[in-house]
Design a protein around this ligand. Structure first.
Ligand code: LCV
Length: 270
């Protein structure tokens, strides 16, 4: 993709890429599965970001196809391992996507109109700016599925909201409205649905007109500084090792089984 005022569109199996001058847009487009973050969809998004980085675009908008009531249903539950393997380890595609967004050299704006679930909340929070409609909600779901969360994901949440809010979201697994998410500083703006695209494009245009090197260096500085929480090797081993208690449990298998059988899980704490 070249760097000019051209407008181009590329279709991949589960997403669409389009470019309008210095602004790229990645549209999640798998309505049948509510844009669940399957291996395939995630690697399409990563490939899209890489193409945009090579084309030296100055802003990327990450959105769902117009009219989707669900922005993304989160990790594809059918792809969670049930054989004792670490479910959201370093090589999980979702983790790779979060790292790609965080390391992307230009700002990524999440444009949200609809429900955002589980791992998709982390993807959105990894974006630099979040603009949502009043109909949007965000649910942090590991406790609903009996899944352990990973350490860097926890840090993404802690950078996005106060500890009290993170605890409420994680312990209840209940969706938070866009209005409240804005009030507690988790997202940047709530904008009526009919104005969402124009508002997002205007902000992208403002960013694209500024100095790209200055922006990419500040983005990287903020990423490194936000993650610079002192942690002893012992403390790290503890928080990492604790995950195993969850993914070795019967509750973990029950959570995934219940999801697939479309019923409420019966958790026992075993
Ligand atoms: C696979 C799906 C999914 C899906 N995976 O439509 O962060 S963690 O630790 O929690 C991490 C592990 C994670 O992210 O887990 C996923 C968390 N996500 C959720 O808990 C949301 C799961 N989805 C839903 O609750 C519903 O689908 C919503 C409320 C989003 C939409 O409900 P609706 O009645 O409109 P269906 O449930 O009928 O979904 C349509 C199809 O998409 C599949 C779902 O199984 C169904 O497939 P079939 O048509 O083959 O039955 N689907 C939805 N979410 N995360 N598949």
């Amino acid at each position: 993709m070249g760097r000019s005022n051209e407008q181009r569109t590329f279709d991949m199996p589960l997403i669409t890429l389009s470019q309008d001058g210095p602004i790229g847009t990645i549209t999640l487009d798998n309505a049948r599965k509510h844009n669940a973050l399957s291996h395939q969809l995630v690697s399409d998004v990563i490939d899209g970001l890489k193409a945009f980085e090579e084309a030296k675009l100055r802003v990327v908008i990450l959105r769902a196809a117009p009219g989707s009531k669900v922005w993304s249903a989160g990790h594809d539950v059918g792809e969670l391992p049930i054989d004792g393997r670490d479910p959201l380890g370093w090589n999980d595609p979702l983790r790779e996507l979060v790292r790609t967004i965080e390391g992307f050299r230009a700002p990524v704006i999440a444009m949200i109109d609809g429900g955002v679930w589980g791992g998709a909340v982390e993807v959105v929070l990894a974006c630099d700016i979040i603009i949502a409609t009043p109909a949007s909600t965000f649910a942090v779901t590991p406790a609903k599925l009996g899944v352990p969360y990973n350490v860097s994901g926890m840090m993404t949440f802690m950078s996005a909201a106060s500890l009290r809010i993170v605890k409420e979201l994680a312990f209840t697994a209940a969706p938070i409205s866009a209005e409240r998410a804005e009030r507690v500083g988790m997202i940047n703006h709530v904008v009526e649905s009919q104005d969402l695209h124009a508002f997002t494009l205007a902000m992208a245009g403002t960013i694209a007109a500024n100095a790209p090197l200055s922006i990419s260096v500040m983005k990287e500085q903020l990423r490194v500084l936000a993650g610079a929480k002192p942690l002893t090797p012992r403390g790290f081993e503890k928080v990492q090792g604790l995950r195993r208690v969850v993914y070795d449990s019967e509750d973990y298998r029950e959570g995934i089984r219940a999801f697939q059988e479309k019923r409420q899980p019966r958790f026992t704490g075993q």
